[in-house]
Every structure is written in structure tokens, then in C-alpha cells.
Write a protein that binds this ligand. Structure first.
Ligand SMILES: CC(C)(COP(=O)(O)OP(=O)(O)OC[C@H]1O[C@@H](n2cnc3c(N)ncnc32)[C@H](O)[C@@H]1OP(=O)(O)O)[C@@H](O)C(=O)NCCC(=O)NCCS
Ligand SMILES: CC(=O)OP(=O)(O)O
Length: 323
């Protein structure tokens, strides 16, 4: 069974309410109308109702039964402001809160925080920082996680891999990289991938010396200590992690080298560039970024996302809302 058939059967009929703050965007509307028609989620669109109906009519989308909330005329605004001020005690004044919820990313995040919806999918129009900052400030991390990170499921035919962090942490210390490794192993399990985790570098097992290489070796030790039963290894170059013959030559005896399926990058430059190369040169579908370590299901999208990408990310996000 492919990834999305399995996810669809899990979320079908569960009526998970997913808010789409960029409700006036044509790709978002197309995805929402299909999700509703397929009975997979209950989309909630944010935006101006007349504008949403106009874009839908132009594209012949059927929005029957889909709730639209216009933040400009929302009845419960004061309760939302009060709740935001309470959550950001000492950090946000009522005046600032009123201004913040004028931004659809904050408005949508508050709907999740106040349990008015189960999940949020955004970022087709807004850059990642603007999409996730409200979640970092309001939803915060899950217990046991000091930071969130962003993973992609990279899929082509029956090949399926996890890449992280491709979206959030510009620089990572050893401890933080170890945490991303464990979060990514958990994400892999969610998608029926039996994780073999490689912490990547331009060096394999000491073949080069540099502080950034030492960081990856230290992160590997920390991650192995935290999860002794998981196959985790580093520092590994990508070829040593992925190609069996190279793995054997460069890292003999490693349980991961040559067979890795979860790839943890040492910083955001390499992670973001790496996933886009696999996507655009390698022909992999890049599904995500899936936010890991956040205390509620909220997903960011790439602004390059297609309607199909949005549909799939919404399905994943609804599945995360199931337990
Ligand atoms: C994610 C990002 C927006 C956070 O930056 P920021 O808003 O400047 O963060 P700040 O340091 O001001 O922190 C804001 C809040 O978020 C929290 N935070 C920041 N990064 C976090 C992380 N990785 N995990 C958890 N919380 C985090 C801070 O603790 C702070 O909380 P507080 O307000 O309650 O004290 C920033 O790291 C970023 O731009 N990353 C790159 C995103 C990107 O462009 N990716 C490429 C495309 S996908
Ligand atoms: C994940 C990512 O790179 O997002 P964007 O393309 O929107 O910058």
C-alpha cells in the first residue's frame, strides 16, 4: 500500500478540522475542495468570502460544506486576543495581540491553540519564518523536545527517505543535531520506514578534520547514547551513507553506512539545498516540511507547493492530529 493510500484510510471519516490561513490562494482552494469531496478532512478556509468564492468560481472548485472564516469580521476576536495575551504573558500587550491576529498565520495558529480546529496547513504564500514563528511562540515544543525541526519525506517509486532539518534551525549544535536525529527517526516510523539514521558531513569517520566535523561526530555519540537501540551512525558523507559499496569501503562495520534511509544534515544551508537538489535533479517528490517536535499538528509548505503537494501535506497533518 502506498504512503498516501494508508494515510487516507486512517483519516477518512475522522472529520479532522484543518485550517488553511491562505484560503484565497487557488492551489489551497483546489486542495481543500478535493479533501472535502474525498471525505478526508474538514477544511476551514480563512479569507474574504467574496474573494474565495470568486477564485473558486473561476476555477470551478466545489466548496459545498466548507467553512469559511473571515478574520476581519470574526465574532470571537476579543477572546482570541485575551487568550494570546495570557499565553504570551509579559511578552505581548493587548494592543500587540490585536495587531498580531490581523496576520492570518497568527489567527490560524490561535484557532489551533484554542482547540477550534485540530490542525493548520500554511506557507504556500508566506515564507517559512512567518508561518512557523506564531507556532513557536504560541504552540511551543512537545515535552522532551528543546527545538522543533522540519523534515521532508522524499519519495520516488517505492524509495522513501527522511531528510532533516531542511526548514527551521539555521545552525545546530551537537546536542540539537542529535535531537533532530531522534525526531527524524520518529517521523520515519510514522511513515512505515524502519529508520537507519545517518548524520551527514563532508567527512567519513575522521577522514577530514574541522570543528564542524567534530560537531557531527559528537552529535552521533549523543544520539546513540539517547537511543541505544536505534541504528544511528556518523559522521558519514552522503555516498558512504547511501551506496553500499562506498559505505563498506569508507565505514566498514557500520550498521548504517550504505543503507541509511534517514539523513540528518549538519545545518540548514546543506539541508535545504540537499532536499531541493534531490527534488529537482533527482525527480523525488518532496513532501513537507513536516514540523517535528511541535506540540500540535501544524505544517508549513514550500511556496513552490502545487495543489497536489498541499493535498498531501494536509493528509499528513490530519493523520498527526489523530491521537
Ligand atoms: C524559525 C525562525 C523563524 C525562528 O526565528 P525567530 O522568529 O527570529 O526566532 P526568535 O529567536 O525571535 O524566537 C521566537 C520564539 O520562537 C522560539 N524558537 C525559535 N526557534 C525555535 C526552534 N527551532 N524550536 C523551538 N522554538 C524556537 C524562541 O524560543 C522564541 O520563543 P519566545 O518568544 O516564547 O521566547 C528562524 O530560525 C528562521 O528564519 N529559520 C529559517 C526558516 C527558513 O527560511 N527556512 C528555509 C525555507 S523552509
Ligand atoms: C521549505 C522551503 O524551502 O520553503 P520555501 O520554498 O517556501 O522557502
Amino acid at each position: 500500500m502506498d504512503l498516501f493510500t494508508g494515510l487516507a484510510s486512517k483519516v477518512k471519516g475522522q472529520n479532522k478540522r484543518v485550517v488553511f490561513p491562505e484560503g484565497e490562494d487557488e492551489r489551497v482552494l483546489g486542495a481543500a475542495s478535493r479533501l472535502k469531496k474525498d471525505g478526508l478532512v474538514e477544511p476551514v478556509l480563512l479569507g474574504n468570502t467574496a474573494k474565495i468564492n470568486e477564485v473558486s468560481a473561476q476555477n470551478k472548485f466545489d466548496l459545498t460544506g466548507i467553512e469559511i472564516i473571515d478574520p476581519a469580521t470574526y465574532d470571537d476576536k476579543q477572546a482570541m486576543i485575551d487568550s494570546l495575551v495570557e499565553r504570551r504573558k509579559g511578552k505581548t500587550t493587548p494592543e500587540q495581540a490585536a495587531q498580531m491576529i490581523g496576520d492570518v498565520s497568527y489567527f490560524g495558529t490561535m484557532l489551533v491553540y484554542m482547540n477550534k480546529v485540530d490542525a493548520m496547513v500554511s506557507g504556500a504564500v508566506h515564507a517559512t519564518g512567518d508561518t512557523v514563528r506564531p507556532a513557536l511562540q504560541i504552540i511551543k515544543t512537545k515535552p522532551g523536545n528543546s527545538r522543533i525541526s522540519g523534515a521532508f519525506i522524499m519519495e520516488k517509486g517505492d524509495e522513501r527517505y527522511v531528510f532533516a532539518d531542511c526548514a527551521i534551525n539555521i545552525e545546530l549544535g551537537a546536542q540539537e543535531m542529535a535531537e533532530v536525529a531522534l525526531q527524524s527517526a520518529e517521523t520515519a516510523q510514522l511513515f512505515d520506514i524502519d529508520p537507519k539514521v545517518a548524520l551527514l558531513s563532508f567527512s567519513t569517520k575522521g577522514s577530514a578534520k574541522a570543528d564542524v566535523v567534530t560537531k557531527v561526530a559528537e552529535a552521533t555519540e549523543i544520539a546513540q547514547g539517547l537511543a541505544p537501540n536505534l541504528p544511528i551512525d556518523g559522521e558519514l558523507q552522503f555516498d558512504a551513507a547511501f551506496v553500499p559499496s562506498v559505505g563498506e569501503r569508507k565505514a566498514p562495520g557500520s550498521k548504517v553506512a550504505g543503507h541509511a534511509n534517514v539523513f540528518v544534515f549538519p545545518d540548514l544551508q546543506s539541508g535545504n539545498i540537499g532536499y531541493k537538489i534531490a527534488q529537482r535533479f533527482g525527480g523525488f517528490e518532496a513532501i513537507g516540511p513536516i514540523l517535528q517536535g511541535l506540540n500540535a499538528p501544524i505544517s508549513d509548505l514550500s511556496r513552490g507547493a502545487s495543489e497536489e503537494d498541499i493535498y498531501k501535506v494536509a493528509l499528513i497533518t490530519a493523520a498527526q492530529a489523530l491521537d
